[in-house]
Design a protein around this ligand. Structure first.
Ligand code: GTP
Ligand code: MG
Length: 555
C-alpha cells in the first residue's frame, strides 16, 4: 500500500482536452487516430484566456440554493457555464457570456468592513458571497454537486488497475484518472487571469499565461501551476501604427541586463501579490535563481504557483510537448505511467535536487517513441522542415521554429501496443549507454555526450544546454536499476499473468509496488546490486528469442 500512497501524493496535472482523449484512447491498439481537426496550441491558449477573463471566482456559504444563486448572478448578464468545488469551503466558478457582466457584478459589490481590522480595497474578480438572512433561508438551502479537483485515492486506483482487462487498459485508466479535468483546467486559466489583474495594475496590457504541465497535456491533478508574465504584447501593435517622419518612444528606466529587468519586475509583482493579492499566501521571491521566480500558494484554488517572466522558451517547450502529446494517443498514456512509476519509486521529488524531473522523463519517452520502427513520433528537425513562414520563431537568438498546425503531420503507421511500448521503454533505458550518449529529440538519435554529466538530455531549443544536468550518478543508477527490474517484471508476467480473481497486483499495478531491489537485505545489496541479477535474467530472456528488441539501443 505504501508506494501507492506515495504515488498519489505525487504532483499531478495536465492538458486540457478530455473529450479528445476519450475519443482517441479507444484507438490505441490499432494506432489509428481520430481525424477531427486538432486545435493549435495558441488557439487553445487564446480561447481559454478569453474565457477566463469572463469568469469569476466566488467563495460561497457551505449550503446554498443553486437556482437562486444563478438567478441572482444572471441579473448581470447571461451565464455560459458554472461549477462548484470544495477547498476549505465551497467555491463557485462562474463564466459569464460577456465581459461586461463581470464589471456589472463588481459595481454592486462592497468592500467589507472587518471591525478593528482594515481592508485593502482591491477590487478583484474573487468574491465572497454572504446570505443576508441565513435563518429565514435555511429551508431552501441544499447541498451542491461538487467537481472533484484531486486525483483518485490509492485504494480506488489500485482497484481500477487490478480490474482492468489488459496492461493497455491499465495505462489508459491511469491516464483517465490522473489527467486534468475540464474544470481543473478552467480553474488554472482563471487563477492566471486573476494574477494578471494584479500585474495589470502596473502593466495594463500584460498577459499572465500558464505553461508547463498545466498546458502541455502531461499534467496530473494536483501538479503545480507554472505561469509566465508576458510583457511582449505591450507595444507590439503600436510600433506598427507610427507613420511619417516621427518615431515616438517611451521614456524608460534602463538597467544593466534583461535578467536585472526581470528581477525588478518580479520583485514588484511579488510585493503586490503579497500586500494585496486576494488569496495569495506564502509569497516567496526567488530572484537569484537561474530563472528568477515568485512562488506562492493561491489558497482558493489550492494551486502552488510559480510566476516567472521573460520565459518565452519555456512556453515554446510547452507548445512542442503539447504537439507531441496530441500526435498519437499512446504518447500521453505512456508518459503518465512513466511519471507515476518514477514518483512511486521516489525517482522524482517535489523538492529540487539531484532527481530526474518530469520534464526530463517526458523527453526520454518522446525520444524512445522517435526510435521505434516505424517511428511513433517525428523528430523536431522534421517538424522544422514542415514549418511555413508564419511558424518562424527565433527567441533570444535560438531557432525555435517548428510546424504548429497539427493537421499537417502525418499519423504514424506504427501499431505497437502500450504494453509492448512500456516494456520496451524500460528495456531500452535499462540498457542505454548513458556514459557516452546524449538524448536528443531534435535529431531523434543518440549523440556523443558533449560534457560529462551522468545524464545528458539536450535542451531542444537551447541546444548547448543539458536539461538534466542536476541528475547525480547515483540517481541515474537507481533509474537504470528500476527500469531493468520493471522490464523483467513485465517479461515474466507476459508468460504467466496472475488471474484477475487472485487479487494479485499485476501489470502496471505491480510496477508501482515496492521494488525487488528494495527487498534485498542492505548487506547483500552493497556487495552486488540486484540490478545485476535482473540484467542477467533479462539477457537470458533476450537470448532465448524475445521479440521486438531494438537494434540501436546503444549497448
Ligand atoms: P510538473 O512536474 O508536473 O510540474 O512538470 P512540468 O513540465 O510543469 O515541470 P516544471 O514545473 O518543473 O517546469 C515547467 C516548465 O519549465 C517545463 O514544462 C519546461 O518547459 C520548463 N523547464 C523545466 N525544467 C527545465 C530545464 O531544466 N530546462 C529548460 N530549458 N526548461 C525547463
Ligand atoms: Mg510544473
Amino acid at each position: 500500500q505504501r508506494p501507492l500512497r506515495r504515488l498519489l501524493s505525487c504532483p499531478g496535472t495536465v492538458a486540457a482536452d478530455l473529450r479528445r482523449e476519450e475519443q482517441s484512447s479507444g484507438n490505441a491498439e490499432t494506432g489509428s487516430e481520430d481525424r477531427t481537426p486538432k486545435k493549435r496550441f495558441s488557439e487553445v491558449q487564446n480561447e481559454r484566456r478569453e474565457q477566463a477573463q469572463r469568469t469569476v471566482l466566488i467563495h460561497c456559504p457551505n449550503k446554498i440554493n443553486e437556482k437562486k444563486f444563478l438567478k441572482f448572478l444572471s441579473q448581470h448578464g447571461p451565464i455560459n457555464t458554472h461549477f462548484f468545488y470544495e477547498s476549505f469551503g465551497l467555491y463557485a466558478v462562474v463564466e459569464f457570456c460577456q465581459k461586461e457582466s463581470v464589471t456589472s457584478l463588481q459595481n454592486i459589490t462592497r468592500t467589507p468592513s472587518l471591525g478593528p481590522e482594515a481592508a485593502i480595497p482591491f477590487k478583484s474578480r474573487y468574491f465572497n458571497l454572504k446570505l443576508r438572512n441565513s435563518v429565514n433561508q435555511t429551508s431552501e438551502l441544499s447541498s451542491i454537486q461538487c467537481s472533484n479537483q484531486s486525483s483518485p485515492s490509492s485504494k480506488k486506483l489500485y482497484q481500477l488497475l487490478c480490474c482492468a482487462e489488459s496492461v493497455d487498459d491499465q495505462l489508459n485508466t491511469l491516464l483517465r484518472e490522473f489527467q486534468l479535468t475540464e474544470e481543473n483546467t478552467r480553474l488554472r486559466y482563471l487563477t492566471c487571469s486573476l494574477i494578471e489583474d494584479v500585474a495589470a495594475a502596473y502593466f495594463p496590457d500584460c498577459a499572465v499565461r500558464p505553461f508547463g504541465s498545466s498546458v502541455n497535456s502531461f499534467g496530473k491533478l494536483g501538479c503545480d501551476l507554472d505561469m509566465f508574465l508576458d510583457l511582449d504584447e505591450i507595444g507590439k501593435f503600436t510600433a506598427q501604427k507610427t507613420s511619417g517622419n516621427f518615431l515616438m518612444e517611451f521614456q524608460v528606466k534602463n538597467v544593466p541586463s534583461e535578467r536585472v529587468a526581470t528581477q525588478k519586475i518580479l520583485s514588484v509583482i511579488g510585493e503586490c501579490l503579497d500586500q494585496f493579492g486576494p488569496g495569495c499566501v506564502g509569497v516567496q521571491r526567488i530572484l537569484n535563481a537561474r530563472c528568477p521566480l515568485v512562488r506562492f500558494s493561491h489558497q482558493a484554488s489550492g494551486f502552488q504557483c510559480d510566476l516567472t517572466a521573460n520565459n518565452r522558451i519555456a512556453l515554446k517547450s510547452s507548445e512542442l510537448l503539447y504537439m507531441y502529446g496530441a500526435l498519437d494517443s499512446r504518447v500521453r498514456a505512456l508518459v503518465f505511467s512513466v511519471r507515476c512509476w518514477a514518483r512511486a519509486h521516489s525517482l522524482t521529488s517535489s523538492i529540487p535536487g539531484a532527481w530526474i524531473t518530469n520534464f526530463s522523463l517526458t523527453m526520454m519517452v518522446i525520444f524512445f517513441l522517435q526510435r521505434r520502427s516505424p517511428p511513433i513520433l517525428p523528430t523536431l528537425d522534421y517538424l522544422k522542415t514542415l514549418a511555413d513562414a508564419e511558424d518562424k520563431c527565433i527567441i533570444e537568438g535560438h531557432n525555435c521554429t517548428f510546424v504548429r498546425d497539427l493537421n499537417r503531420i502525418k499519423p504514424s503507421g506504427n501499431t505497437e501496443t502500450l504494453e509492448l511500448l512500456l516494456k520496451e521503454f524500460f528495456e531500452y533505458f535499462g540498457n542505454f549507454a548513458f556514459n557516452k550518449n546524449s538524448i536528443n529529440i531534435r535529431q531523434g538519435r543518440e549523440q556523443n555526450k558533449p560534457e560529462s554529466s551522468p545524464l545528458h538530455i539536450q535542451n531542444p531549443f537551447e541546444t548547448s544546454l543539458n536539461i538534466s544536468k542536476n541528475v547525480s550518478q547515483s540517481q541515474l543508477q537507481k533509474f537504470v536499476d528500476l527500469a531493468r527490474e520493471s522490464a523483467w517484471i513485465l517479461h515474466q508476467e507476459g508468460k504467466d499473468r496472475p488471474s484477475p480473481s487472485s487479487n494479485q497486483p499485476w501489470g502496471l499495478a505491480a510496477l508501482l509496488l515496492p521494488s525487488v531491489t528494495n527487498n534485498v537485505p542492505l548487506s547483500k545489496k552493497k556487495k552486488k546490486p540486484a540490478s545485476e541479477r535482473i540484467k542477467n535474467l533479462l539477457d537470458s530472456i533476450k537470448s532465448s528469442g524475445a521479440e521486438n528488441s531494438i537494434a540501436t539501443n546503444g549497448r
